[in-house]
Write a protein that binds this ligand. Structure first.
Ligand code: NAP
Ligand code: MG
Length: 484
């Protein structure tokens, strides 16, 4: 079929977001006990703009002493924070939510500069959802007795929280909001490549007047993360990241009193039945795998199309892929931004190579990729089966593996044939099929005739190697409470 490249057919005038009002410091310190303090390590690392390769700012690398200080400050703050009137706790959290809303534009731009995601997504998804999470859990702070009647809910204590780079502010909100609403205090570590919005959040928290030490933010790489995990004075470890690091964490806390929730990787099945509304389903496939460059734990990275409609779906999909705009994350027209880091781009390219070597048939539309920065065009593979590496392993990039099926039982078996169990999507106009699949797919979230929809009131989490525990909704409170 013909390839309508983005340059030859639809060309849009560029619509870059104005960054004049963004104020970033050259160097960021650690946020401990309500103050920004220099790291004991005296070491700083660079945060890079993945779309240009330019250095944005220097970020502190916290060592063991810094983590000790952060945990001690959280422990001290816990005594009073856990005892203040719950409605007072709520006031601070509502204030943080409103301040995120007021500064939404600033947060969105920084998120896109630091992480590479299209401004449309940081503006319309990441930042509003982060504010919503604080609003939602602020509302629960003084109603825990009603959420868990006769169970005497009590906070756990001090939580160590470690988050990944794909939704930096949103993951910080998912971790901090329920924890502090329940009366816990926290030490949070953002990912090395995307610390900036967490540090901006620290500024908001400082301005909000939240009592000192309730939220501490320490930056650094995996080593800093393991100092948190192994700290003896923590009551809980909440981790979102890869299954590989999740397993390491689980091994290190076994035999301790620490509670844990692990939100890990995924390889979501997106299933298109022949009776689905095909054009909507094609949009759904695009959103499922190319949203946030495919850096999404619940991405619909395995597509299953019923054989009778496979040809038309794949033709329409290729056509739609050729109109996706890949490029400057700050341009409001951009659909696919920059790959978050050089390392992640290497990982994605390695999987694309393996996909070809194992006999997969690749399709990538022609894209004018910028010369600097980390880029990957939207990619699909045909002619793959269950045993292919790119069907089994999480790629965490804009790469889709397509298979066909004939019967509902066949697709359930194929969809469940994975070590992961985080998400799935089903496209059909038959309610009965939706109910059957939601019951039989081993996935924490199953979307019907939509994909990648998130809401703070709705629990999110996995089965099997996708981890355990839920974030969001009423379930998200349980992760931070002792209930009798
Ligand atoms: P990652 O390498 O596991 O890193 C996650 C976080 O852990 C980062 O802050 C990282 O620090 C830190 N870390 C690395 N090694 C550590 C160690 N030994 N001990 C303690 N902390 C350590 O994952 P990622 O590449 O950032 O994120 C992608 C993964 O996250 C994917 O697998 C994705 O599916 C998963 N994810 C899951 C969910 C979910 O809700 N289930 C949501 C989003 C992402 P550095 O960044 O400094 O290395
Ligand atoms: Mg960066």
């Amino acid at each position: 079929m013909s390839d309508t490249s983005q340059t030859s057919s639809w060309s849009y005038a560029s619509a870059p977001e104005n960054t004049d009002h963004i104020v970033l410091k050259e160097q960021y310190d650690l946020f401990i006990n309500g103050e920004f303090i220099k790291p004991d390590s005296k070491k700083y690392f660079k945060s890079i703009n993945p779309a240009t390769g330019e250095v944005i700012a220097s970020i502190s690398e916290a060592n063991k002493k810094d983590v000790d200080l952060a945990v001690a400050s959280a422990r001290k703050a816990f005594t009073s924070w856990s005892k203040i009137e719950p409605k007072e706790r709520a006031k601070y959290i509502f204030r943080i939510a409103r301040m995120i809303q007021e500064r939404a534009k600033e947060f969105a731009i920084i998120e896109s500069i630091d992480g590479g995601k299209p401004i449309r997504e940081s503006r319309d998804v990441d930042i509003p959802l982060a504010a919503s999470h604080f609003f939602y859990y602020a509302g629960w702070a003084d109603k825990l007795e009603y959420a868990f009647p006769n169970k005497n809910p009590k906070p756990l204590g001090v939580a160590g929280q470690i988050i990944p780079w794909n939704f930096p502010l949103l993951m910080a909100a998912w971790k901090i909001a329920p924890a502090i609403a329940c009366g816990n205090t926290v030490v949070l570590k953002p990912a090395e490549t995307t610390s900036l919005t967490a540090l901006k959040l620290a500024e908001v928290i400082q301005e909000s007047g939240l009592p000192k030490g309730v939220v501490n933010i320490v930056t650094g790489a995996g080593k800093t993360g393991s100092e948190i995990v192994n700290h003896p004075d923590l009551d809980k470890i909440a981790f979102t990241g890869s299954t590989q690091v999740g397993k390491l964490i689980q091994n290190s806390i076994v035999g301790t009193q620490k509670k844990s929730t692990l939100e890990l990787g995924g390889k979501g099945a997106n299933i298109i039945f022949e009776d689905a509304a095909i054009d909507q389903a094609v949009e759904g496939i695009i959103n499922a795998i190319f949203f946030n460059q495919g850096h999404v734990c619940c991405a619909g990275s395995r597509l299953f199309v019923q054989e009778s409609v496979a040809e038309i779906v794949i033709d329409k999909l290729k056509d739609r892929m050729s109109s996706l705009i890949v490029g400057d994350p700050l341009d409001k027209n951009t659909d696919i931004g920059a790959i978050n880091s050089k390392e992640q781009l290497d990982t994605i390219n390695k999987y694309i190579k393996v996909g070809r070597e194992e006999g997969g048939e690749i399709y990538q539309p022609t894209c004018n990729l910028p010369s600097n920065g980390n880029w990957c065009p939207p990619t699909l593979f045909l002619n793959v089966s269950q045993s292919h590496t790119i069907v089994q392993e999480e790629i965490f990039g804009p790469v889709l593996a397509i298979q066909t099926f004939r019967t509902i039982d066949e697709v359930i078996e194929k969809a469940n044939n994975t070590p992961f169990g985080l998400s799935a999507g089903v496209w059909t106009e038959k309610g009965a099929k939706i109910f059957k699949l939601t019951q039989e797919l081993n996935a924490g979230v199953v979307w019907a005739n939509t994909y990648n929809k998130f809401d703070s009131t709705s629990p999110f989490g996995g089965y099997k190697e996708s981890g355990f525990g839920r974030e969001g909704g009423l379930h998200g409170l349980i992760a931070y409470l002792n209930v009798e």
